[in-house]
Design a protein around this ligand. Structure first.
Ligand code: ADP
Length: 264
C-alpha cells in the first residue's frame, strides 16, 4: 500500500483576522514518491499551500501532517529537513557568498562530512548545468542561473519532499526540460515526493496526479487525462482558452488520449 507523506486535514487559512479566507476547508493527501502538480488561476491559493507545507505559515483551522508529524511551530525545524522548497523569486533564497558556499550550507546543517559535501556539490552543480560557477557570487548570476543554483541546493540534501513553486518559470523551455529531467531522475533514484506549482503544460501533463485549486478550494484532482477531459469546467474556474488549447496539443504530444471529447 502507498504510504501517505503529506496530509492536509480541513485546512483553512487567512493572512489576518480582517482578511478573507484564502484556503477554505482544504483536505488532500500526497503519497510517497508521487509527483503532484498543483494548478489553478492566480490567487487560487497554490503558493499559500506550499508555504503551509514547510511551516512558513500555519493554518488557523485544520491540521497538516508531513510524514505523520504535525506541522507546528515546535516541529518546523524537523519538518524543514524533510521538505525542500524553491520559490519563483530566486533573490530571496541565497545564504552563501559564492555558489559553492550556498549549495554547501544545507549540507553543513545536516552534518554531511567534508568528502560527502564535495562529491555532492560536484554532482548537483553538474546536474543543473552550473559546474563552472562554483566561485561565482550568486548576485552576479542571471535569473535562470540563480534558479538552477537554488534547485541544486535543494537536490544536494535529498529531502523527502521537494516543492517547486513556479521555480522553473525563469528558464527557457529547453533549460526547463533539462532541469525537470534532472529532478525526475533524482526523484526516482532517491524516492523523493515532488510537488510542482506551475503553468508549464509540458510539466503538468507528465505529473502522476493533478490537483486543481479554485478560489481557495480543491476543485478537482486526478490523473492529468481525467482532469483535463472536463474542458468547460476548466474554463469556468478561469483557466483561459489559450491555456486549454495549448494543453490539448501537449496532451497529444504526450500520447495521452482523453476519456471524454477532446479539448479545443
Ligand atoms: P496563487 O499561488 O494561486 O497565485 P496565493 O496563495 O499566492 O495564490 O494567494 C492566495 C490569495 O492570498 C490571493 O488572494 C493573494 O492576494 C492573497 N495573499 C497572498 N499572500 C498574501 C499576503 N502576504 N498578505 C495578504 N494576502 C496575501
Amino acid at each position: 500500500m502507498r504510504s501517505k507523506l503529506i496530509e492536509f486535514r480541513n485546512v483553512s487559512f487567512r493572512y489576518g483576522e480582517e482578511q478573507p479566507w484564502v484556503l477554505k476547508d482544504c483536505s488532500f493527501e500526497i503519497y510517497e514518491n508521487e509527483w503532484v502538480a498543483i494548478i489553478g488561476h492566480n490567487g487560487s491559493g497554490k503558493s499559500t499551500i506550499a508555504k503551509l507545507m514547510n511551516g512558513l505559515l500555519f493554518p488557523q483551522r485544520g491540521e497538516i501532517f508531513i510524514d505523520q508529524k504535525p506541522v507546528t511551530p515546535d516541529t518546523i525545524w524537523e519538518v524543514r529537513k524533510d521538505v525542500g522548497m524553491v520559490f519563483q523569486n530566486p533573490d530571496n533564497q541565497f545564504v552563501g557568498t559564492t555558489v559553492q558556499d550556498d549549495v554547501a550550507f544545507g549540507m553543513e546543517n545536516r552534518g554531511f562530512t567534508r568528502t560527502e559535501m564535495l562529491t555532492r556539490l560536484e554532482e548537483v552543480l553538474a546536474a543543473v548545468g552550473m559546474p563552472a560557477y562554483r566561485q561565482t557570487e550568486p548576485h552576479r548570476l542571471s535569473g535562470g542561473q540563480k534558479q538552477r543554483v537554488a534547485i541544486a541546493s535543494v537536490l544536494a540534501v535529498s529531502p523527502q519532499v521537494i516543492i517547486l513553486d513556479e521555480a522553473t518559470a525563469m528558464l527557457d523551455p529547453k533549460g526547463r526540460q533539462r532541469i525537470m529531467q534532472t529532478i525526475k531522475d533524482v526523484q526516482h533514484s532517491k524516492d523523493i515526493t515532488l510537488l510542482t506549482i506551475t503553468h508549464d503544460l509540458h510539466e503538468i501533463v507528465q505529473a502522476d496526479r493533478v490537483i486543481v485549486m479554485n478560489d481557495g478550494q480543491l476543485w478537482d484532482e486526478g490523473l492529468p487525462r481525467e482532469v483535463f477531459s472536463k474542458k468547460d469546467g476548466l474554463k469556468e474556474i478561469g483557466l483561459d482558452t489559450p491555456f486549454i488549447s495549448s494543453l490539448a496539443e501537449e496532451l497529444k504530444l504526450a500520447g495521452i488520449s482523453l476519456t471524454q471529447e477532446p479539448l479545443n
